[in-house]
Design a protein around this ligand. Sequence first.
Ligand SMILES: [Zn+2]
Length: 310
Amino acid sequence: MKTETPFELTILGSSSALPTSDRYPTAQVLRVPGRFFLIDCGEGTQIQIRRQKISFSKINHIFISHLHGDHFYGLIGLLSTFNLLGLKKDIHIYSPSELKTLIQPQLDHLKADLQFKVIFHPLNFKKPQKIYSDKKVEVFSFPLKHSSPVCGFLFKEVPKQPNIKKEFITQYNIPIVEIKNIKGGADFKTADGKIISNAELTTLPPKPRSYAFCSDTVFLPEIAEIIKNVDLLYHEATFTENMKDWAKKTLHSTAKEAAEIARLANAGKLIIGHFSARYKTVSEFKKEAKSVFANTETAIDGNTYEVEQY
Ligand SMILES: [Zn+2]
């Protein structure tokens, strides 16, 4: 069921390393109130954004988990398009610091001068860190383990204040200044000295929703604590168990391991992706993951998943 305040994930790309005829390399957008966060930006991301009819102008924050080509080769094309469209808002990029060295020469080479600033925010690969916040959402990065420095991202709604029951406001003629106090947890004293408890006056706000993106990583059970009770979890699953040794060697996860993370983290729902192009279908991924964590889906490019509360 759609809620008034959107919090939903659209998969733009779910292939690893090589794109296939039906899967682009990693990219996704998280829709939150007022904006879209772009998470990774593999080749062809801008085409997928167009297909989804997502407004380019609503993307001002881009999160790049690591600097393997299948996670950021779409960036220069996307930034060039922003410029050709005349977009002027600053673009914030949260990424390994080397991205600036890689992409600045290409930006300098663009035909038309950049109409907006690109602001780079280097990620911390030693510990979790809050990297973004506004009135509605907070974003944290946390280190994963792969053959290149990599972070996952956790997006959390800021808890809303409780609502005051309307009938009390009219019944007791509650002044605005008191409404603020009540929302902050205070009781209310009526004109004739009667105390009405905060619990009676208010209804609880909806529980804040959360989404975690676990990019390329070897099985890393310690992240479960960081993403504990997350509503929606995306975790890479490059291989199935029959290639477990290869997964370990290349610092990737199997479908079963991704599901194990979801189980340890007590996630609400799991989406797995970043499938190796060597698999013709993803049915084995699904079967394997579901045997450990039932509420699992395999990512499909172009699909949107509502972040629901669990
Ligand atoms: Zn990758």
